[in-house]
Write a protein that binds this ligand. Structure first.
Ligand code: GLY
Length: 416
């Protein structure tokens, strides 16, 4: 039982009335919901995950770059600190999860090369290099020839690049599978149905009603449904998180075991190609993931001819040899974007309702710190210092009197 909670510790079991009782209900079984559930269960909390298809979500599409440095954007300096903390946590997190699940998550410390194709692209990359320098990050400027020495399959048109040896990769599908297994082994209960409505009792979140007519009653409820977090009925409208979907289309190819020059690609390659961004993520198992479009299209996940064309066109300009590779998959997923591109982590103004959503481009990267922070919050009521700048309270939102919210369980304030 969480310190200060008014709710007794219960086993996550279903009674004859179709009610599951748990300490914690995690709504959403993507990697963010699963890591939250795993870390809660590891801390002794009876935890139930509500999701019709746990292990799905954006991780089925994501490339899995751990790109704190090469994906740095202006105005995201606060997020950078969290991204770096999670990147630093990854080796231990991977080892702990692999131990707990018996499943390799494809963590690969291969580094990243960011390259530019034309003079404008190079100027853009120089700007990024300067920003990285101002932020104290390590990256090394390379000539086009140096880039090709590292990655011989790159086109002779490459004009220059940045070598970042600290940006790695994990395989999001393996990560999701490992988290599922770790949850199961830690005793997490899965309710394979969709959450219809948050239950609010006595001014506190008390679980969810499911679309199969059953309920999960819980001492604490975590909303971890990615871009759908803004849509759950029963959440006071003021507290619905400002999370929106940003569509990304991704193409998968199969690389040969080797080429005349060695591996097809030996590290993640990102590129600016005539103003557009693209990345190629080579996995140890031969898969090459090419992404991604960035489209404000609501919840649409259609794979379009135009999206695939643009990806393959730019990837071909970057690495002409890839036209020979088998095309194995095209997919589209939804990044859960927030107004400041950073996640919403921690308590809401409705007691016992927490958020773990809005991870946007960094869901795989931020999985370790999200799990640590949410586990700590659920077990102790305290949010670790490093995630306090990212509570949902930074976007305002208080619960009106009419919602009957009682005092107590005061949410953490933003500290920066
Ligand atoms: N972080 C990669 C993407 O958002 O496409």
């Amino acid at each position: 039982m969480r310190p200060g909670s008014t709710h007794p510790t219960t086993r996550a079991q279903r009674d004859s009335g179709g009610r599951t009782h748990a300490d914690v209900a995690v709504v959403g079984g993507g990697i963010i919901g699963l890591v939250t559930a795993w870390q809660a269960a590891r801390r002794g909390l009876d935890t139930t995950v509500v999701d019709p298809a746990p292990g799905g979500g954006a991780a089925r599409v994501a490339a899995g770059m751990l790109a704190a440095v090469t994906e740095l954007h202006y105005g995201e300096e606060a997020l950078l600190a969290l991204n770096l903390a999670s990147a630093a946590r990854y080796p231990d997190f991977a080892a702990e999860l692999e131990e707990a699940s018996g499943q390799d998550i494809g963590y690969r410390s291969c580094g990243t090369l960011s390259v530019a194709l034309d003079a404008d692209d190079r100027a853009h990359l120089r700007e990024l290099h300067a920003l990285q320098g101002r932020c104290g990050l390590e990256s090394q400027w390379l000539t086009g020839r140096d880039c090709r020495r590292l990655e011989p399959m790159l086109s002779p048109s490459v004009r220059g690049g940045l070598r970042v040896d600290g940006d790695h990769q994990a395989d999001p599908r393996r990560l999701a599978t490992a988290l599922l297994l770790a949850c199961e082994r830690a005793g997490v209960t899965f309710r394979r149905a969709a959450a219809l409505r948050l239950t609010v009792t006595g001014g506190r979140a008390a679980g969810v009603t499911l679309d199969d007519g059953t309920t999960v009653e819980a001492g604490q409820t975590v909303l971890a449904t990615g871009s759908w977090a803004s849509r759950l009925e029963g959440v006071p409208p003021e507290l619905l998180p400002p999370v929106r979907p940003v569509k990304g289309q991704v193409v998968r190819l199969r690389m040969p075991q080797t080429t005349a020059y060695g591996p097809f690609l030996s590290r993640t390659v990102r590129a600016i190609v005539r103003g557009g961004n693209i990345y190629l993520v080579p996995r140890a198992n031969g898969e090459l993931v090419i992404g991604a479009t960035s489209e404000e299209m609501g919840w649409d996940t259609t794979v379009t001819a135009g999206g695939v064309y643009e990806l393959l066109r730019d990837a071909h300009e970057l690495t002409p040899g890839l036209t020979e590779l088998p095309l194995t998959e095209t997919t589209a997923g939804l990044r859960p974007a927030s107004p400041d591109n950073a996640p919403l982590l921690g308590p809401t103004a409705l007691p016992d309702l927490h958020l773990a959503a809005g991870h946007y481009r960094n869901g795989v990267l931020l999985t370790p710190v999200t799990g640590d922070a949410m586990g700590e919050l659920l077990a102790t009521g305290e949010l670790p210092e490093q995630v306090r700048p990212f509570t949902p309270r930074r976007f305002g939102g208080s619960v009106p009197e009419a919602a009957g919210v009682l005092s107590g369980s005061e949410p953490q304030e933003r500290s920066a």
